[in-house]
Ligand binder design. Structure first.
Ligand SMILES: *Cc1c(COP(=O)(O)O)cnc(C)c1O
Length: 426
C-alpha cells in the first residue's frame, strides 16, 4: 500500500462525520482498539442516544400503566405521529404518504394486496435477478396467492452478459417491449449485492407509462441516498430500519404510498383497527372508516418499545439531513474506491459496484477470484478488526457509512485486503 495512513488521519480531521454519536464495537483482532465497521449496510450501529430514549418509554409504562396511552411525555396512541415528519422528509414524501409499521417483507405483502392486481394479459411481476431472496419469495408467493404459476409470472431481469450491473435502458427497453404483460415492477432501489443505485425516477416513469404499478424496495437506499418518492411519482415503497437507519436488529419498517392512491375506495386492503380513522377508532363500530392517508394501511397498534429506537434514529437523520450525508458519503466512498483500485490491481479482486458515483450509494462490493468470501471476511475480522459482510460464494461488501465511518476505516480495509489476499504475478 503506497497510500499513507497519515493521509487517512488528515482527512478524518478535516471531515470528521458523527462517529461520536455511536457505539463502535471493539476490534476482535488487529492493531487498533475499535473495529473498522463496514457492515452498516447489514446492521447499523447503535446511536448513543437510543438507550436513554428507550428507557424513558419503558419507564412510562412502569409509571403510568394503561394511562400511558394518553398521558406522559410521549403518549402511545399518537406515538407513530412523532415519526411521520422525519420519515417523510427522509424519503421525500408528504406527511400523509409515509408511516412506520411492521417489518419490511410483511409490508411488501400488505402493499401487494393493494397494488398487485393481475388481470387479463397483465399478470407479470418484474424483479431483478439479483433481488434479495425475501423479495423473490414474497413475489412468488403473491403469484401463487392469485392462482398463478410463479415461474411464468415472475420475470427476473439479468444484466447483459459479462456485466454486473443493470443499465437503465435494460429496464426501460423491457418495459417498452413487454410492459403490457407486466402488472407490477418491484425493484431494489440500491441492490443489496452489487450496491448499484438504479435510476428510480426514470424507471418509475417508464413503468407507469407502460401501465404497470411501480413499487420499490428501499432497504439499501433509505438513509443511504437522497430520495424524492413523491416527486418521482413512485406508487409505493417500503424499507427496513435496521440497516442504514440504525434502529436495531429486526427494527420496524417504513412504508410510502403515493398521494394519488390515498383515499381510493376501489383498492383492496387488509385492515385492522389501526386502519380506521383515529378520531373515531374508539367508537368501536363494526366497519372501518379508513383515513385518506397511508395510515389506512396500518393494521395493528404499533409496538411502542420498538418504535423508540426508530424515532431516535430518524431524529438524528432529520437534524443532519440527507444532502450533507450524501456529500460526505461521496467523499468517503470515493476515497475507498481509490484505495481499492490500488489493492485490486495485482490481486484476484474486482470491484463490481458501478464506478459512476451517481449509480451507487456508499457500498462497494468486491468479487474475489479465489477462495470463499466467508473465509476472507473471517480473516479480515480476526486478523485486522475489519468488519465486512460476505455474500457467498464470492462477494464481500464494504459500506463506509457517512454518519460514523472514517477515512481510517477505509484505509484499514485496503491495508487488510492487501495483507490477506496474495498478489498474483503475471
Ligand atoms: C434486508 C432486506 C430484506 C429483509 O427483510 P425483512 O422483512 O426485514 O426481514 C428484504 N429485502 C431487501 C432488499 C433487503 O435488503
Amino acid at each position: 500500500m503506497t497510500v499513507a495512513e497519515s493521509e487517512a488521519h488528515r482527512l478524518d480531521k478535516a471531515d470528521p462525520g458523527h462517529r461520536h454519536l455511536f457505539h463502535v464495537p471493539p476490534a476482535d483482532g488487529g492493531r487498533y482498539p475499535e473495529a473498522a465497521y463496514l457492515a452498516g449496510n447489514s446492521l447499523g450501529l447503535q446511536p448513543r442516544a437510543t438507550r436513554a430514549e428507550l428507557l424513558a418509554d419503558l419507564d412510562a409504562w412502569g409509571r403510568l400503566g394503561v394511562e400511558g396511552h394518553l398521558e406522559g411525555q410521549r403518549p402511545w396512541l399518537p406515538y407513530h405521529e412523532l415519526l411521520t415528519g422525519p420519515v417523510a422528509r427522509l424519503v421525500g414524501a408528504r406527511p400523509t404518504e409515509a408511516v412506520v409499521m411492521n417489518s419490511l417483507t410483511v409490508d411488501l405483502h400488505l402493499l401487494m394486496v393493494s397494488f398487485y392486481r393481475p388481470a387479463g394479459r397483465r399478470t407479470r411481476i418484474l424483479i431483478e435477478d439479483s433481488a434479495f431472496p425475501s423479495d423473490s419469495y414474497a413475489v412468488r408467493s403473491q403469484a401463487r396467492f392469485h392462482g398463478l404459476d410463479p415461474d411464468a409470472t415472475v420475470l427476473r431481469l439479468r444484466p447483459r452478459p459479462g456485466e454486473d450491473a443493470l443499465r437503465t435502458a435494460d429496464v426501460t427497453d423491457l418495459l417498452a417491449a413487454e410492459g403490457d404483460t407486466i402488472a407490477l415492477v418491484l425493484l431494489g432501489g440500491v441492490n443489496y449485492l452489487t450496491g448499484e443505485l438504479l435510476d428510480i425516477p426514470a424507471i418509475t416513469a417508464a413503468g407507469r407509462a407502460a401501465g404497470a404499478v411501480v413499487g420499490w424496495d428501499l432497504a439499501h437506499a433509505a438513509g443511504n441516498v437522497p430520495l424524492a418518492l413523491h416527486d418521482w411519482g413512485v406508487d409505493f415503497a417500503a424499507w427496513c430500519s435496521y440497516k442504514y437507519l440504525n434502529s436495531g436488529p429486526g427494527a420496524l419498517a417504513g412504508v410510502f404510498v403515493h398521494e394519488r392512491h390515498l383515499g381510493r375506495a376501489d383498492l383492496p386492503r387488509f385492515e385492522g383497527w389501526w386502519s380506521t380513522d383515529a378520531a373515531t377508532r374508539f367508537e368501536m363500530t363494526p366497519t372501518s372508516r379508513p383515513p385518506a392517508t397511508v395510515e389506512a394501511w396500518q393494521v395493528s397498534n404499533p409496538p411502542i418499545l420498538a418504535m423508540g429506537p426508530v424515532r431516535t434514529s430518524l431524529e438524528l437523520f432529520d437534524s443532519i439531513g440527507m444532502p450533507a450525508l450524501r456529500e460526505r458519503s461521496l467523499r468517503l466512498t470515493g476515497y475507498l474506491e481509490r484505495l481499492l483500485d490500488e489493492v485490486t490491481a495485482d490481486r484476484p479482486l474486482t470491484v463490481v459496484t458501478p464506478r459512476d458515483p451517481a449509480r451507487r450509494g456508499c457500498q462497494l462490493s468486491v468479487r474475489i477470484g479465489a477462495g470463499s468470501a466467508g473465509e476472507l471476511t473471517k480473516r479480515l475480522r480476526h486478523e485486522h478488526g475489519v468488519v465486512a459482510d460476505a455474500r457467498e460464494p464470492d462477494v464481500v461488501r464494504f459500506a463506509p457509512v457517512p454518519l460514523y465511518s472514517t477515512y481510517h476505516d477505509c484505509w484499514r480495509v485496503a491495508d487488510a485486503l492487501a495483507a490477506t489476499v496474495a498478489e498474483v504475478t503475471p
